[in-house]
Design a protein around this ligand. Structure first.
Ligand code: PHE
Length: 479
């Protein structure tokens, strides 16, 4: 027996029938709007596309190295398998049930919570404003390797990157090209745009990254990089703030890498039909994202070590150091470089479109704009903000907006959004109803793992994220 809409207890089979009819109506509406995935594979590739990005390819290998290699790796995997998995599945469940843009999704049940929807939009807005600039840099490097010129001819690669990224208008032009490509894809909508592109780009990325890793591992001196990545270095751990520091870093990395705490998974979940097993598919997505991060670690760190470079932070690693590696490989190196920049471009495009989609679908539904107009509006605004981020690299405003936006989102806004999301699901929507949605169509909706999921989302995740979040803030100020 279950509680019916008007509070009466109704037999379970009748309850299932009502839900089934509701779901059929929702599905028809989704199909009419062309806002749905064609199937399971399309959905998985789109979410993987959002998750696999610069976070996996440049951020993960570097952070892993800095935080003591193997130990970080272990903590990171635990984070992904617990907090990451729970948050992602909860977000997708929330989205599938709400079938709306992230603001309306929160507003539906409780007007007071609308602000969390807007907060999610703000996070996406800040991230995409700098992500697109890096996308422009990648486009420039890819073009450089295809056409030839200063980027490939040897010498001071760090200096070449510095000159380019602080140039007053060149990065802006490439940002325009990158953002233009994303706009074009997004204008085609969910199935014909996002899904189609993800279904091609993600499998291709997978093949290319494995190839690059094999090349890197066969280079002389690559073993150093593998050691750096895999063997725990206690000295580094104490330098970077001890075990507490590792946990904070691992959580930040897991959030960023899985794109949780922004409303993306909820937005993509809103385009799902009911026939998808959320826990199982979330597990695949988390596994795949982690796998790509590991392979990227095996591709980049050995390569960097083999040419005697120290891995350093941020985009500089890809743009300032890797060209030296490609150069050392001679003519073959140019081919490897092109493959590498194509794969990282794919990773950046599919992540960027997911960030933009959160805003586009909101504008579409809120202002009743047509898809193309909503896409142009959102991308137009981002063109302005990303231009400002790009200009801040030249030191015009006295602050590096890329760094500020990155820190504000990864360390602060994403954990806050994640906690609010859990509190909303656990207490406002009610965890039992969320679990019903999660397990829709399951034989047993009350099994042991469902209970674990409920307790995890309602109590454990918000508490853990809160504790780690406070720890991180305290650490930031005491440093
Ligand atoms: N997950 C993406 C990455 O690993 C980054 C991202 C973060 C994308 C947040 C969307 C939202 O690069």
């Amino acid at each position: 027996m279950r509680n019916g809409k008007n509070g009466f207890l109704i037999p379970f089979f009748a309850y299932r029938k009502i839900r089934f009819e509701d779901d059929q109506m929702e599905t028809t509406q989704l199909e009419k709007d062309n806002k749905h995935w064609s199937g399971r594979f399309g959905f998985i590739m789109a979410v993987v596309g959002s998750a696999v990005g610069l976070g996996n390819i440049w951020r993960f290998p570097y952070v892993a190295g800095q935080q003591g290699g193997a130990i970080f790796l272990f903590v990171y995997i635990v984070m992904v398998a617990t907090i990451g998995f729970l948050l992602m599945s909860a977000e997708i469940t929330f989205g599938r049930n709400a079938h709306a843009n992230i603001v309306d999704a929160f507003q539906k049940r409780h007007k007071r919570w609308t602000f969390v929807g807007y907060l999610s939009i703000l996070v996406a807005f800040l991230i995409v404003s700098y992500y697109s600039v890096i996308g422009g840099w990648i486009t420039r490097y890819l073009g450089g390797y295809i056409i030839g010129g200063g980027f490939v001819s040897g010498g001071d690669y760090g200096g070449v990157f510095q000159d380019f990224s602080t140039h007053p208008y060149l990065p802006i032009i490439f940002n325009l090209v990158f953002l233009g490509a994303c706009t074009f894809i997004l204008a085609f909508g969910v199935k014909k745009g996002i899904e189609k592109v993800s279904k091609i780009m993600m499998p291709a990325l997978f093949v290319m990254i494995v190839f690059v890793a094999v090349v890197a591992l066969t280079m002389d001196g690559a073993l150093e990089g593998v050691k750096f990545f895999l063997i725990p270095d206690w000295e580094r751990i104490t330098q970077s703030g001890g075990v507490g520091g590792i946990i904070v870093a691992a959580m930040g990395q897991a959030f960023f890498s899985l794109s949780v705490g922004i409303g993306i998974n909820a937005t993509y979940g809103a385009y799902l039909k009911k026939d998808i097993n959320i826990p199982k598919n979330t597990a695949y997505i988390c596994g795949f994202d982690t796998f790509v991060a590991l392979v990227a670690g095996f591709a980049i760190l050995p390569a960097v070590f083999s040419v005697g470079l120290e891995p350093n932070a941020g985009p500089g690693l890809i743009f300032g150091s890797l060209p030296a590696v490609f150069h050392q490989l001679g003519g073959f190196g140019i081919a490897v470089a092109i493959i590498f920049f194509v794969l990282i471009l794919f990773a950046a495009i599919t992540s960027c479109i997911s960030l933009l989609e959160v805003m586009i679908v909101f504008v579409e539904e809120k202002f009743k704009f047509k898809r193309v107009l909503a896409t142009l509006t959102v991308c137009g605004v981002i063109l302005i903000t990303s231009t400002l981020v790009s200009l801040s690299q030249c030191g015009y405003f006295g602050v590096d907006l890329l760094e500020v936006f990155d820190l504000a989102t990864t360390n602060f806004l994403m954990p806050v959004c994640a906690i609010l999301m859990c509190v909303y699901i656990g207490y406002v929507w009610k965890i039992r109803k969320a679990a019903d949605e999660l397990t829709f169509g399951f034989q047993n909706q009350n099994g042991f793992w469902v209970r674990v999921w409920e307790i995890g989302v309602k109590y454990v995740v918000p508490l853990m994220v809160f504790v780690i979040f406070i720890f991180g803030i305290v650490g930031m100020f005491t440093k």
